[in-house]
Write a protein that binds this ligand. Structure first.
Ligand code: V47
Length: 374
């Protein structure tokens, strides 16, 4: 059954979706500007169900942030501290390996590892950190370092992006998260994150990672000073790279949280905006398999609704998240597996526990103890 679209501008877009044709820049703008959110969501849900049926993915993961010391001082960030800040921290290898094991059970399948751009830690320090994790937790997938961190390691070590990636891969990096992409527009980056690598460099590092066989995710930070044109351009640039490499697994739209940042005068995104962003990305990114409604950023309630607006992934249990917590996130980290299952089932979807590469994880369940079948 086709709904009655309130906005006739959605009709040609519906025709393209039905014909599996690629949407244009102007289509993207229409999707961002129409008040007919239900129409946009209906279309995104068609694509989501075409790709995944009712399947909704989640994983059991822990975040590890080795340091919050960062040379970048981005206006968008509440996490980074200067090297002189007495409140900054840097874990020793032993502390980090011990922290990784906190509450560790065989249930954890992924460590998500990102940190500040520390002026004194060298590449070998990060390689040793990875080797130590692999030795202690050989079955855990190490999803580590944003394209921005790779750019910084290369700059500090005076070696190429490719060489940095090769050395980290040899030390145990299995794939990469999608952070640090923000919005690719140079104008926006100059204001919100002027010391970070450019959008082109971010895409360049991702291209090399994919060429080396490393999968990655990708993100977009929205809800600050960017325009609808900037958002559409960002999605189209990700789509173009994916045409070449096929290395992106998941796109994660990240709503800007202004609290404790230099942009705290900006209002927070609304539920309408968050749900629309999920739907527009599902429709524009026709070659990226998964769209993640990151519950830590959206709240579990809105993330659950997003499962009917294009999203097929909720991220995971997210033990010990810090970046959103520091930016005033109200629901930062530590959702129990049972709660994820309840959210997914109540949305009429079928939960599938996955590993980082979207292979289903089978478990024997007995009284809250989960054993991974290998
Ligand atoms: O890189 C920083 C963003 C990212 C703020 O790949 C902020 O599976 C909002 O990338 N308000 C980190 N956003 C989170 C991230 C991520 C999360 C979950 C899963 C994956 C994945 C990746 O958060 C940063 C930056 O883009 N960020 N500060 C802020 N105040």
């Amino acid at each position: 059954m086709t709904p009655v679209f309130e906005d006739a501008r959605l009709l040609p877009i519906r025709d393209k979706i039905e014909a599996r044709e690629r949407l244009t820049f102007d289509d993207g703008l229409t999707l961002y500007r129409t008040p007919d959110l239900l129409g946009v969501g209906w279309l995104a849900n068609v694509v989501r169900e075409r790709l995944h049926g009712d399947k909704t993915y989640y994983n059991v993961n822990r975040h590890i942030n080795p340091t919050d010391v960062c040379v970048a001082s981005c206006k968008l960030c509440a996490f980074g501290k200067t090297a002189k800040d007495p409140n900054g921290y840097t874990m020793s290898h032993e502390q980090l390996w011990e922290r990784a094991g906190h509450g560790y059970t065989d249930a954890v399948t992924e460590f998500h590892i990102v940190g500040g751009l520390h002026p004194e830690l060298n590449l070998e320090w990060y390689c040793e950190m990875l080797r130590g994790l692999k030795k202690r937790f050989p079955q855990v997938h190490l999803k580590a370092f944003t394209m921005v961190e790779i750019g910084y390691f290369a700059h500090r070590s005076k070696i190429s992006h490719r060489e940095v990636l090769e050395r980290l891969k040899a030390a145990g990096m299995d794939s990469m998260p999608g952070g640090g992409a923000e919005v690719f527009s140079d104008r926006v980056r100059r204001i919100i994150c002027d010391h970070k690598i450019s959008g082109d460099e971010w895409l360049g590092v991702a291209r090399i990672a994919h060429e080396l066989g490393l999968h990655s995710n990708c993100t977009m930070l929205y809800g600050h000073i960017e325009t609808e044109e900037d958002r559409t351009d960002h999605l189209i640039r990700l789509r173009a790279l994916q045409d070449d490499t096929k290395g992106f697994q998941t796109f994660i739209p990240l709503a800007f949280h202004p609290e404790n940042t230099s942009l705290d005068h900006l209002p927070k995104t609304t539920g309408f905006d968050d749900v629309r962003e999920i739907a527009v990305s599902r429709l524009m990114l026709d070659n990226i398999p998964h769209i993640k409604a990151y519950w830590v950023m959206m709240t579990p309630q809105i993330a659950q609704i997003a499962l009917r607006f294009g999203a097929d992934d909720l991220d995971g249990t997210v033990v010990e998240e810090k970046i959103y917590r520091d930016a005033g996130g109200a629901t930062s980290g530590n959702l129990r597996r049972g709660e994820l299952l309840r959210l997914i089932r109540e949305a009429g979807r079928e939960p599938v526990e996955r590993d980082t590469l979207y292979r289903p994880v089978e478990r024997v369940e007995s009284e809250n103890v989960f054993t991974v079948l290998v």
